[in-house]
Structures are given as C-alpha cells and as structure tokens.
Design a protein around this ligand. Structure first.
Ligand SMILES: Cc1ncc(COP(=O)(O)O)c(C=O)c1O
Length: 444
C-alpha cells in the first residue's frame, strides 16, 4: 500500500500538536489498521502501543461499528437536537446512563453530548457554574485545576490545564487557580503493586485556595483522576478521597476528567469506579466511540440536572450545545462500541492483564536512562533522564526508532506513555516491551 504516491503535497494540512516542518521533512504515515496493528504507508506492520491516541480501546477495524455507521448513514444521516430529537441519541444516552460512572448510587445518569474531550471539559465547567447559580451560589465562578493537568485546548480547558506550552501564548479565563501536581519521583519512583504511597497531603492545596480566594467564589475543581497526557501520573493513596472531602465541605463541585480513563482503561469502566470516589461531573470522549467518530459526553448528577430544570417550561434551561451534540452517526458508533465492550468484557479486561503488563513494563527498569516507571490498568509511563539542554530529544529518538521497528508509542517531554487497545494479548505486550527495550538501549 502506498498512499504517498497519491499525496501530491503535505503542505496544506496544518498538523495539530506536531512539529510540522520536522514531520514533513520525514513523514510517518499510517495507511490502514486492523486489530492491534497499523499498516504504514510503506506496507510495514506497526503494533499499536497507544490505542491510536488513547481511544481505540476495542482495537481497530471493528466490523460491528462499521456496519452500524453504514446503517445509520443510510437511514438518518443527520438530524438536529436543538428543539428536535431523534431516537438514536436518546438510546445512546440511556445506554451510557446504565453504565454511568460510580453505578446507580452515584446518580451520574444525565448525559450531555459533545464532540471531543475539549468540548466535554468546557461543557462540564459551564454546567458547574450554571448549577451554582441555579442554587443561589452565583458568586461561585472561579474554576480550579491542577499543575500538569491536561483538559484539552478550549479556553476553559487551557485555563484549568497546567501544561505551560498550552497556556503561555493565550489569554485565559479570569480567576482560575491551580493545585500543585502530585509527581514526586524522589519519594515514589518505581512504585509497584498499587498507588504511590506519598502525596495525599497535596489535596490540602484546595483548603489553601479556599483560604486565599473564599469558598464562595469557587464553582468547581477539575482533575484527571490519573493524569495521562502529562506523562502518566497516578494519584497518591488517599489523595482523591481527600479532595472529594474538602470539595464537599466547601460546596465546591468535583469534576473528574475521564477522557482517557473512561471506558475501561484502568480495568474498571471508569476511574470513578476504580478509585471508588464519586465526583459531581465526569467528562468523557475518545473510547466512547472507539475513536471511530468524534464524540464526547459529560455525565452529570441527576441532582445537578434537576436543579437546572426550573423556571418556565417553555424556557431553554441551559444555553449550551453543539450542532453535532448527539450526532446520529456518532451515537450509532457509540452503541455498537458499548455492545463490543460488554460482549468482550473489555471494560474490565485491563484488570486481568494489569499484573502481566506491570511486570513487562518494570522489566525495563535497569535500562539506560530509565528514571521511573509507573503503571496502572493498561497504562504505563516510562520516564527517561533528559539529555543536557535537550528536553524531549531522547524520548523522541526512541519514538522514531520504535516506529521504524514496528511499534507505535507516544512521548511527552522525556516520558513515554503507553496505552494499548484493551484487546491486547500477553504475547503482544511482551513484543512491545522487547521492541521498546532495544530502542532504549540504542538511545543510551
Ligand atoms: C484528560 C483529557 N481531557 C481532555 C482531552 C482533550 O480531548 P480532545 O483532544 O478530544 O479535545 C484529552 C485529550 O487527550 C485528555 O487526555
């Protein structure tokens, strides 16, 4: 297969989060995908160590999703959801509500559809502020995020996000503040068999921000229960529980950004289930349609939803939504995706594979420049020592080397992040570890 022959120029596509000039000088192109593997444009098989971009949880080329999409496209290609409806959006919302984070007890069974993780984040922040106003807490407009957090690229998301490169060029929403991040390799490096021991006290930062700003100004705090894009940071033992307790005590809503952790990544359907800590809002995207059609969803508590269902019945309760909220084709893809997850037990499969995965990843511990390894579910972060004056260069070399040897990994700075599709077999985990080990040796 050679798509390059049919690609007259790479100039027009301004690529996202890419060093465009470097990439276009030596492009890496994927032309096809099936199961656990991509095929590169020059016909090589490439093991998908990243589920695309943390999204293809059921593996590539799932016929059931393709057929559902084809059927939906030829039945009802598009229908508006502003003051109109179509059955498939209601069906999908109901299906999601049935597996909502935290189960029935959590009551997070009201679903607002978006088209991406970034939109889910902005939607959740807006719902939080609107809810506070609806219950007479209109002074609560401040949003709190966390250093090193990634919440997409909308203005809301970069405001609460904590990655400097995503923020420094752009103006941000006023009044936001941040908790410190929880990365503490000095105390927690190479933690195995569970969450890091040290750092629960960092949740007390929320108390400090309350003391600084006044609880009555704070609408919500948003965190990734496991921070993915910054390089896989696990919550220290007791941290999320503490954050929940402090938020509740001060009337602050807790939002879990589960765009990565949602749909089985950690070995439970959601991180909310995995950690047993219940937030007020949960953002999702990515795995919701197995990456096939862009979509996201925010799970809101019934209590929050109902608080906004007031005023005259003819009045729109929440002035928010997207042309494609509940797009019929995305919903059809999502329903087929949930069917696959249920039939193949994929929302809990990562828990079965986690011990093998952890061993395979920790086998890389003594390789050159490896300074920390963190795993949870089917996620791993492998942190490398940076080259002098060249942050990210070593990991980038490993990334290119792996791709040339038939393995797709992801890097952020000098951290390698791995998250294979949840259908991965043990032998493929071993292949992944061995290809990566060789690349790490070559990058020494
Ligand atoms: C936790 C988290 N939130 C939000 C986003 C943004 O999602 P999207 O790229 O679909 O806008 C991401 C993407 O990686 C993410 O990891």
């Amino acid at each position: 297969m050679n798509i390059r022959a049919n690609t007259p120029s790479l100039d027009a596509f301004w690529m996202p989060f890419t060093a465009n000039r470097q990439f276009k000088a030596a492009p890496r192109l994927l032309a096809a995908a099936e199961g656990m593997y991509y095929t590169s444009d020059d016909g090589r098989r490439v093991l998908d160590g990243t589920a695309g971009l943390w999204c293809v949880n059921a593996g590539h080329g799932r016929r059931r999703i393709t057929e559902a999409v084809e059927r939906q496209l030829s039945t009802l290609d598009f229908a508006p959801t502003f003051q109109m409806g179509h059955p498939v959006a209601f069906d999908f919302a109901q299906r999601l509500a049935a597996i909502a984070p935290g189960g029935e007890a959590a009551g997070l069974d009201r679903v607002f559809f978006t088209n991406s993780g970034s939109e889910s984040v902005d939607t959740a922040l807006k719902i939080a502020i609107a809810y506070q106003r609806a219950i007479g807490q209109g002074t609560r407009t401040r949003v709190i995020g966390r250093e090193r957090g990634y919440h997409g690229v909308g203005f809301g998301g970069i405001t609460v996000g904590g990655l400097v490169n995503n923020r420094r060029v752009f103006p941000l929403l006023p009044g936001a503040d941040h908790l410190r991040h929880t990365h503490d390799p000095a105390r927690n490096a190479f933690t195995k068999g569970g969450l890091p021991e040290h750092g629960a006290e960092l949740a007390d930062d929320l108390e400090r921000l309350v003391a600084l700003h006044g609880a009555e100004t704070i609408a919500a705090v948003i965190v990734e229960p496991m921070a993915g894009s910054t390089g896989v940071l696990l919550p220290p033992k007791g941290y999320l529980e503490k954050l929940r307790e402090i938020a509740t005590r001060h009337g602050i809503l807790l939002i879990f950004d589960e765009v990565i952790t949602g749909f089985g990544r950690l070995g439970a359907p959601f991180a909310t289930d995995y950690f047993g800590v219940t937030p007020d809002l949960v953002t999702t995207a990515k795995g919701i349609t197995n990456g096939t059609i862009p979509m996201g969803a925010v799970f809101a508590s019934r209590k929050m939803h109902d608080a906004l269902m007031t005023g005259p019945e003819a009045a729109i309760e929440l002035f928010h939504g997207y042309t494609y909220s509940g797009h019929p084709v995305a919903c059809a893809a999502g329903i087929a995706t949930l069917d696959i997850y249920a039939e193949e037990g994929l929302l809990t499969r990562a828990a079965e594979l986690a011990p093998h995965w952890e061993e395979a990843m920790h086998s890389l511990r003594d390789l050159p420049n490896v300074v920390d390894i963190r795993t949870i579910g089917l996620v791993a972060g492998i942190e490398l020592a940076s080259r002098k004056d060249a942050i990210g260069a070593r990991a980038y070399d490993v990334f290119v080397d792996c791709f040339n040897k038939g393995l797709l990994i992801r890097v952020t700075g000098d951290i390698i992040a791995l998250s294979p599709p949840l259908i991965v077999e043990k032998g493929q985990i071993d292949d992944l570890a061995s290809t990566l080990a060789d690349a790490l040796k070559r990058a020494a």
